[in-house]
Design a binder for this molecule. Structure first.
Ligand code: HEM
Length: 531
C-alpha cells in the first residue's frame, strides 16, 4: 500500500506485464510489517512507553501510545521543572513513575518522607548511578561528587577535617570581603557613575569563580577585572553545560562527534578538559615548588597536599586536581545562582527588602568590611537574612532535580516498592512550590515562614527542604555558601539600590543547576544612608 502510494507520488507506473520492481516490493513488505508491529505495540502499550511494565501500588501518569511521556517531555524541555510540578499537582500524588522511551524505570517523588528516607534513613541503598559517573568522569575525575562507597567515605572524612567553618572563618570571610570590594570597584561603582545596566547574574558568576579559585588553588583569576573571557573560565563553563546534555541524552557520544563534524573549528569537550587540566597541573607544580621552599599557603590545595589517601600515601597530582576541582564545581555555580535569585526576589518585594535593610542597619557597621571575624559573628545573628536566603532556595534550589540509583529492593515510607536497579528522582524545585507540601501560599516568596513564633530560624527537615541535600552526603559547603551569600547580600544592599531593567524575561535555563537563562539586567544607584 505504502509502496503503491509512493509510486504514485513519484509518478512511476508499470504496465500490467512488467515484473514488479523488487525494491518497491521490499519497501512495501517492510512498511506493512512495521505498521503491524506498531499497531500491536500500540494495543499493548496504549498510554505508556513500549516495553514499560506497570507496577502495582505506584501511580502511573497516562502518556502517548508506545512513546509514553517522551513527547510531552521533549515539548516541555525548556520548562521541565514546571512540567514536573504540573504532573504532581494534576495527579494529586507525591510519588509517580515516569514512562519514557529509552530511560530505565524511574520513580519520581516530592514526598518529604521518601526524600528523607533516600538521603538519610536508607542512605546506603542509593548511589549515584553509572549514567552520572560516565557523563561526568572526565570533568570530576574521582572526586567526592561522583564517588561512592569506600572511596567517597574516605574523601568525605578527609575533607570534613579541613572543611569546617572554624578553620576557614577568617580566611573565607576575608576572601569574600576582598572579592566584594573588587566587584564593587570594577562593576557596580562604574555602573552608578555611567548610569548603565549591569548583568547581575554574570557579575555573580565572576565573583564566585574568582573567590573559589582563590580559595581552592590560591590563584587570582581576575575575571571580575577583565572583559575578555579567561580560557580556564570558558572551558570550565562549557564542561559544566555539557554535563547536562550528556545526562539527558544516552547517545551523547554520537552527539558530541556530530557536533564536532558540523563545527570543527569549535573546541571539543576533551580539549576543554585539557585546558582545565593544564591549568590545574601548572598550579599544582608551582605549589609543590613553593612548599619545597618552605612557603605556607592556606588554600585548599595546600591543605590537601598534607593529606593521605586510603592507601596511606600523600595525594598525587591527579588526586589533588580532582579533589580541589570538585570543591570549585560544587560551590561556584550554586552560590552565584542563589545570589542572583535572592536579588531577583528582593527587587520584586520592596517590603521584604526594607525589612532586611532594617536588620542590616541593626547588626552591620561600616568597619566590619575590614574586620572578617566581627563580620562573621554579626552575620550569624541575622535571622531574617537567613530566612530570605532559605526562602530563595526553597523556590529556586540551585540543584533543582536530583537522582539516585537503587542498589537493592526497598520500601519507601509512603509504601512505594523500589526494585534493585531503579532510578529514583526527586525535584526540590517542584517540591518547594507544591501546595500539598508547603501549603496554600507555597508559590509566594515569604521569608516569614522560616521564623518561629519565638523569633528563631525554623529548622526544616532535610526531606522537606533538600536544597543542600541531606544525610551523610549533605552539602559540605552549606555553612560556607550561606556565609558567602549573606556577606554579598548585606554589603550590596547596604551600598546600592538595584532595580530590574523592565521588559526582560527572567527565567531558568534547564541544567544540572539553576542558572538564569538570559541573565538579569539591573540598574544600580547608590543607596542613601537611612535618616
Ligand atoms: C547555595 C549554595 C549551595 C547549594 C544550594 C549546594 C547544594 C548542594 C547539593 C544539593 C549537594 C548534593 C549534590 C549531589 O551530590 O547530588 C551538594 C553537595 C556538595 N556540596 Fe554543595 N551547595 C552549595 C554550595 C557549596 C559550596 C560553597 C561548597 C564548597 C566549596 C559545596 C560543597 C559541596 C560538596 C563537597 C558536596 C558533595 C558532598 C558529598 O557528596 O559528600 N557546596 N551541595
Amino acid at each position: 500500500m505504502f509502496a503503491v502510494s509512493l509510486k504514485k507520488i513519484m509518478n512511476i507506473t508499470h504496465s500490467g506485464n512488467e515484473p514488479a520492481d523488487p525494491w518497491f516490493a521490499s519497501i512495501g513488505m517492510i512498511s506493512s510489517a512495521s505498521a503491524i508491529v506498531l499497531g500491536l505495540l500500540a494495543l499493548k502499550y496504549p498510554d505508556r512507553a513500549a516495553f514499560y511494565e506497570r507496577r502495582k501500588g505506584i501511580y502511573h501518569s497516562r502518556g502517548w501510545p508506545i512513546l509514553g511521556a517522551t513527547p510531552s517531555m521533549i515539548w516541555n524541555k525548556e520548562v521541565i521543572h514546571e512540567y514536573f510540578l504540573h504532573q504532581f499537582e494534576k495527579s494529586g500524588v507525591l510519588t509517580s513513575a515516569i514512562s519514557s522511551l529509552g530511560i530505565p524505570f524511574t520513580i519520581s517523588t516530592i514526598d518529604p518522607r521518601n526524600i528523607e528516607h533516600i538521603l538519610k534513613n536508607n542512605f546506603e541503598n542509593y548511589v549515584k548511578g553509572p549514567a552520572f559517573d560516565e557523563a561526568t568522569q572526565d570533568l570530576l575525575g574521582h572526586g567526592i561528587f561522583n564517588s561512592n562507597g569506600e572511596r567517597w567515605k574516605y574523601q568525605r572524612k578527609t575533607a570534613s577535617h579541613i572543611f569546617n567553618v572554624k578553620n576557614f572563618k577568617d580566611q573565607f570571610t576575608d576572601v569574600f570581603l576582598n572579592g566584594f570590594k573588587i566587584m564593587s570597584e570594577k562593576i557596580f561603582d562604574p555602573a552608578v557613575k555611567e548610569n548603565h545596566s549591569v548583568d547581575f547574574h554574570d557579575a555573580m558568576y565572576r565573583f564566585t569563580l574568582d573567590s573559589f579559585i582563590l580559595l581552592g588553588f590560591g590563584v587570582h583569576l581576575k575575571t571580575l577585572s577583565t572583559k575578555e573571557k579567561v580560557p580556564f573560565a570558558t572551558s570550565f563553563d562549557e564542561c559544566q553545560r555539557n554535563a547536562i546534555r550528556r545526562l539527558t541524552n544516552p547517545a551523547w557520544r554520537i552527539g558530541e562527534t556530530v557536533r564536532h563534524c558540523l563545527a570543527p573549528w569549535k573546541k571539543t569537550i576533551p580539549q576543554h578538559v585539557e585546558t582545565i587540566n593544564s591549568f590545574a597541573s601548572d598550579v599544582i607544580k608551582n605549589r609543590r615548588d613553593q612548599v619545597a621552599k618552605g612557603e605556607e599557603h592556606g588554600d585548599l590545595l595546600s591543605r590537601f597536599m598534607k593529606c593521605r589517601n586510603e592507601k596511606g600515601n600523600l595525594l598525587d597530582d591527579t588526586e589533588l586536581r580532582d579533589t580541589v576541582l570538585n570543591f570549585v564545581i560544587a560551590g561556584r555555580d550554586t552560590t552565584a545562582q542563589s545570589l542572583s535569585w535572592t536579588f531577583y526576589n528582593l527587587m520584586q518585594n520592596p517590603a521584604i527588602e526594607e525589612k532586611l535593610l532594617e536588620e542590616i542597619r541593626e547588626h552591620i557597621t561600616d568597619s566590619m568590611e575590614d574586620d572578617p571575624p566581627a563580620m562573621y559573628e554579626a552575620i550569624k545573628h541575622m535571622t531574617y537574612a537567613h530566612a530570605v536566603f532559605h526562602e530563595t532556595l526553597r523556590l529556586h534550589p540551585s540543584v533543582p532535580n536530583n537522582q539516585k540509583y537503587a542498589l537493592n529492593d526497598d520500601i519507601w515510607p509512603d509504601g512505594t516498592h523500589i526494585q534493585k536497579g531503579d532510578y529514583v528522582v526527586w525535584s526540590p524545585w517542584a517540591q518547594g512550590r507544591c501546595v500539598s507540601v508547603w501549603g496554600e501560599d507555597a508559590k509566594i516568596f515569604k521569608p516569614e515562614r522560616w521564623i518561629t513564633p519565638e523569633g528563631d530560624l525554623r529548622r526544616e527537615s532535610q526531606g522537606q527542604w533538600p536544597a543542600f541535600h541531606g544525610g551523610p552526603r549533605v552539602c559540605l559547603g552549606q555553612n560556607l555558601a550561606t556565609l558567602q551569600a549573606l556577606i554579598v547580600i548585606v554589603f550590596l544592599l547596604k551600598r546600592y539600590k538595584l532595580s530590574l531593567v523592565p521588559g526582560q524575561e527572567i527565567t531558568y535555563l534547564v541544567s544540572l543547576t539553576l542558572p538564569m537563562k538570559n541573565g538579569m539586567s539591573v540598574m544600580v544607584e547608590k543607596r542613601q544612608p537611612a535618616q
